[in-house]
Ligand binder design. Sequence first.
Ligand code: NAD
Length: 496
Amino acid sequence: MTSPHTLPTYDHFIDGAAHPPSSGEYLPTDDPYTGKTWGRIARGNRADAERAVQAARTAFDTGAWPALTASERGRMLWRLADLITAHAPRLAEIERRDNGKLATEVVSQVRYMADYFRYYAGQADKVESKVIPTDKKGVFAYTRYEAKGVIAIITPWNSPLTLTSWKLAPALAAGCTVVIKPSEFTSASMLEFALLFEQAGFPKGVVNVVTGLGKEVGEALVTHPDVAHIGFTGGSEAGRAIYQLAAKNFKTVTLELGGKSPNIVFDDADLDQAVKGAVSGIFAAAGQSCQAGSRLLVQRTIHDRFVAKLIDFMKDVKLGDPADEATQVGPIATRPQFEKILSYIEIAKNEGATCVLGGRSRPDLGAGQFVEPTIFTGVRNDMRIAQEEVFGPVLAVIPFDDEADAIRIGNDVAFGLAAAVWTRDLRRAMLMTEKIKAGTVWVNNYRATSFTSPFGGFKESGIGRESGSEAIREYLETKCVWISSDLDVPNPFVRR
Ligand code: NAD
C-alpha cells in the first residue's frame, strides 16, 4: 500500500496561497473505479473557515477588488474562461478520478463551464438601476444594486466544478467575494481550479477554498456572521440543516436540492425518441444527477411495448472504466452512495415492484462499486421507490391512463425540480407544461440546460434560481436612494 506521504496533498486555498489545515489532519480522496486512495485533502475546521471568511471579507472591503468597475470584473471573468478552456482536459481528468464520471462527459462539462464565465462576464456591466417615478414631490429616487458581500458556496460530488461555476460566475460578476466548500469526496479539481484565478488577474482573497466535512467546516461557514449568502447544491437533509442555520442570522440562501422527476410518455409520442429520452434521463451519469428522470410515467396503452423497447435499448450497454471512451455507464461515485442505491433496490423488491432489468452490483468491474442499470415495473406512486430520491441508475415505471392521471401522479411527490413530456400533440404539450409543478419542463427532450436559462426547483427541490440573467440578483442587495431637490426640509411637526 502507498504511504500517505507519497500521495498528492491538497491544502486549503486562502488569500491566494495554500494553507495546511490548522488541525494538521487530512482526509483521503479515492478513485471510485480502482477503489484506491490517490490523494488527500485538508480536513478543515472552524478556525480554517474563520481564516478564509476573513480573507474574503478583507478582499471585499479593501484593496483592488472593490475599486474595479463592473466592466473590469467582466474582463477578468473572460480571461478566466479562456484559462478554463486551456486547462479543461487536466481539470476533467482530476474530476473523473474523484467522482468516476465518464471522461468524455467530464471534458465536455468542463469546456462548457467556460461559457458560464463568458456569459456572466457580459452580465457584469449590464445590471442597470431604475429611476423610480414616485408619488412625492421634489425628490429623485433610484435603485442601486450592490454586491451582498462574502458568499459561501457549498457543493456536492456529482459535478463539482460545474455546480460551483453556476454560483461562482454570477457571484463574481456581482462583485462579491467567495469561500467555496466542495464535497469531501471530490475537492481536488476545485483546488486545482483555484490556481487559475491569480493568472486571470483576480486579487488575492476574492476566491478561497476550504475543504473537509459538512458538519465541521461547512456549518462553520454557514453560521459565520460575515457570510451574507449561502449558495448550496446537495441533498435535502443538508439543505434543510443549512436553511435552518442561515435563518438564525437572516442570511439569504440559494438551495438546489434533489428531485424525483417525472418523465411522461404519451401514446402519441415518437416512441424511439422517447426511449432515448428515458435512457438519458435516468442512466446518464449512472443516475447520479439531480435532474434524473427517475419516475417514468407511461400511458397504459403502450406500457408493455415501451418497456420492451427500453430493455432492448439497454441490452448492450457497456459498464466499465470511466477513462475508457467505449464505456457508457461508470461506477458509483462514493461507497455510501453505492450502498444506498443497493438498499433502495431491496426496498423496491420488498414493496412488490418487479425488477425487469439489472438490480445487481458488479463486483467483477474495477473495485466493484458498480450498479447495473435497473428498471422496476409495477410501481405505485406511493411506494418509497417512487417518492424518495435514489440518486442512482434505478428507474421506477408507473402506468397512467390519461392527461389528468399523468398530472396527478406527476405532481404527487415532495420534489419539483424537472419533468419531461413526450407527445406530438401541441395542445397536450401546452397543458402539461402549465400543470406540472417543476422548475424545468422539457417537451420531447430531456436534460437540456444552459448558462442562458434559469434552473432550480419548486417545492422541496429548492429555493432560488441559478443560470440565466436573473441569477446575478441572488448576489445583489437592492438599495433605494432618495435625493431631495427641495430647498426646504419640511418641518415634521407641521401638519401638511
Ligand atoms: P450532501 O447534501 O450530502 O452534501 C453536499 C455538500 O454539503 C457537501 O459539500 C457536504 O460536505 C455539505 N454539507 C453536508 N451537510 C452540511 C451541513 N450540515 N452544513 C454545511 N454543509 C453541509 O449531498 P451529496 O451527497 O454530496 O450530493 C448528492 C445530493 O445532491 C443529491 O441529493 C442530489 O439530488 C443533490 N444535487 C442537487 C443538484 C441540483 O442542482 N438540484 C445537483 C447535484 C446534486
